[in-house]
Design a protein around this ligand. Structure first.
Ligand SMILES: [Zn+2]
Length: 241
């Protein structure tokens, strides 16, 4: 945490030697940068004595500015400006609005635009809100994709959950319950489908035997290529997730 500039003495300051100045002078900027202008012949000790003699005025000035200081918004490069759900062929532009609301809210402006509004001061808070929103999208769309592919290739499953696993795209239990990673929304469609078909094939073979790979290749002829591409799958997922 920053030290409160209005409570420490002497405040952080800059000494500037000036050949033109005739007297010692203190200037305080709107953002509370304190500068001591020191004319020729005056020493640093003179300057500090002068500052001390003006202490009440300086503190009053600093306090006045501090009350007015507007916390600058987060630098824009921290903010994601698109969400590209490649698996769904959906791409959102993100817009931001700082409001006095107590929580960050994400709402749809139209089918291509999301508005993130609220107290947007902490990058982590923005990422947290976005993450929650993306996870909800995954929980909605990935089971739909799973159902469609299940019907298409004729392999059933007993249940589905969508979570934010750290190091896997999906898994399948011995009872045929499939778990998918919501981050797979960011994978190209063919790769996301490959992940889902992989898990559906585990409902038949719960291992990585040659029979399993045989079945998977039957339902996804590009299995070799997709396995290779999936090794670099993380590159599609935003770093803040
Ligand atoms: Zn597997």
């Amino acid at each position: 945490m920053d030290t409160d500039i209005t409570e420490s003495w002497p405040p952080p300051l800059r000494l500037r030697r000036s050949l033109k100045a005739k007297y010692l002078r203190i200037s305080i900027s709107a953002t509370n940068e304190v500068e001591l202008v020191v004319p020729r012949g005056a020493t640093k000790a003179d300057a500090l004595d002068f500052l001390n003699s003006k202490k009440p005025w300086v503190l009053k000035q600093l306090k006045k500015n501090a009350d007015k200081v507007i916390v600058p918004p987060l630098p824009e490069h921290h903010w994601p400006f698109t969400l590209n759900f490649r698996a769904l062929n959906m791409r959102y532009a993100l817009q931001y609005k700082i409001t006095s609301a107590s929580h960050i809210r994400i709402s749809m402006v139209d089918e291509y635009t999301l508005m993130i509004s609220g107290p947007l001061l902490e990058p982590q808070a923005i990422f947290h809100a976005l993450k929650k929103w993306v996870k909800k999208q995954g929980q909605w769309y990935l089971p739909i994709m799973l159902n469609e592919l299940s019907v298409q290739i004729g392999l059933g499953f007993s249940g589905v959950s969508v979570r934010g696993q750290k190091s896997r795209w999906g898994s399948c239990s011995s009872k045929g319950a499939i778990s998918l990673n919501y981050k797979s929304l960011f994978l190209p469609k063919a790769l996301c489908e490959h992940v889902i078909i992989h898990e559906l094939c585990h409902t038949v073979h719960l291992d990585h035997s040659s029979r399993f790979w045989g079945l998977l290749t039957e339902h996804d002829p590009k299995t070799q290529l997709h396995r290779e591409q999936l090794k670099q799958g993380d590159q599609f997922v935003p770093g803040w997730l």
